[in-house]
Design a binder for this molecule. Structure first.
Ligand code: G3H
Ligand code: 13P
Ligand code: NA
Ligand code: ZN
Length: 313
């Protein structure tokens, strides 16, 4: 069945790799994630956002995730699969997800004053742990758009706060802000596209071996942006986090890396290409199939060449 993230994170931290956390909203995305992770023998975290839950219907998503476990076995590769709520914003939402079978939740109180973040996170942890569900908290605010709220600048995680936060809340993992951000436009042209690995090091000194999570970790592959723009798209100055930076982070206590935007780009590029080159096609399988294949290739590449999660299932 689905598992929580506790053992997976322990192994990832000591093994010097990161587990992929890929978002999904539909069947083809789920298929691509499972095909890629089964083939590369990688554990995986299936992420469902609040938006995904209302887009796809929570019941359908839950059964899709349970189906994913059986599907991986059918592919001959029974990999560990976590069903995780991405960016939970209230206790009630986390509770609902736990009741409906999620094995892990994020409570994102990062925008709240410190004491309120502690109180909310602690409340979710107490409830979740009664159900053997693991909890991710967050300290620091990412720049960029997050659930319709956008922050102009990064508020980096303060290393002085992390020890107190994990002790008071009892969280199982901590998302931090070190210069990553959500979406496809993370840096302006000419800006240095670097994340603050020095802050990560400071954080690790305060809570050695504690599982760290990076959100906003898409790399925005330029060949995908080019394909989109060559086939009628208009994405200007889309820039992501360098894979070299993520490779370094994966070797540290960072044990979960969130990637959504790159998958969106891969699907969009494949769909635009088919519809542009074959205007007579109208069978959804003829463009969703190639999109699914492109997504699978992207995820295999991430597992093998960036996160190092291949062979760790
Ligand atoms: O962090 C946000 C994830 O990419 C999910 O995005 O809220 O549009 O589903 P969403
Ligand atoms: P990206 O937008 O960089 O893919 O980040 C996804 C994410 O953090 C989901 O929680
Ligand atoms: Na790691
Ligand atoms: Zn996120």
């Amino acid at each position: 069945g689905l598992c929580n993230s506790r053992e997976l994170f322990k192994k990832a931290v000591t093994g010097g790799y990161a587990i992929p956390a890929y978002n999904f909203n539909n069947l083809e995305q789920m298929q691509a994630i499972i095909m890629a992770c089964a083939e590369t023998k990688s554990p995986v975290i299936l992420q469902v956002s609040k938006g995904a839950r209302s887009y796809a219907n929570e019941t359908l998503l839950r059964y899709l995730a349970q189906g994913a476990v059986a599907y991986a076995e059918e592919l001959g590769s029974p990999i560990p699969i976590v069903l995780h709520l991405d960016h939970g914003d209230t206790f009630e939402l986390c509770k609902d997800c736990i009741e409906s079978g999620f094995s892990s939740v994020m409570i994102d109180g990062s925008h709240l004053p410190y004491d309120e973040n502690v109180a909310l996170t602690k409340k979710v942890v107490e409830y979740a742990h009664q159900h053997d569900v693991t909890v991710e908290g967050e300290l620091g605010v990412l720049a960029g758009i997050e659930d319709e709220v956008s922050a102009e600048h990064h508020t980096y995680t303060q290393p002085e706060e992390v020890e107190d936060f994990v002790a008071k809340t009892g969280v199982d993992s901590l998302a931090i802000s070190i210069g990553t951000s959500h979406g496809a436009f993370k840096f302006k042209p000419g800006e240095d596209p670097k994340i603050r690995l020095d802050i990560l090091q400071e954080i690790e000194k305060r809570i050695p071996g504690f599982p760290i999570v990076l959100h906003g970790s898409s790399s925005v592959p330029q060949d995908l942006v080019k394909t989109i723009n060559e086939h009628g798209g208009r994405l200007k100055d889309a820039i992501g986090i360098g894979e070299d930076q993520l490779r370094l982070a994966s070797k540290s206590a960072v044990c979960k890396i969130n990637i959504d935007s790159d998958g969106r780009l891969a699907m969009t590029a494949a769909i635009r290409k088919v519809l542009d080159e074959k205007p007579e096609e109208f069978d959804p399988r003829k463009y969703l199939g190639p999109a699914r294949d492109a997504l699978m290739e992207l995820y295999k590449h991430k597992n093998i060449n960036v996160l190092g999660s291949n062979g760790k299932a």
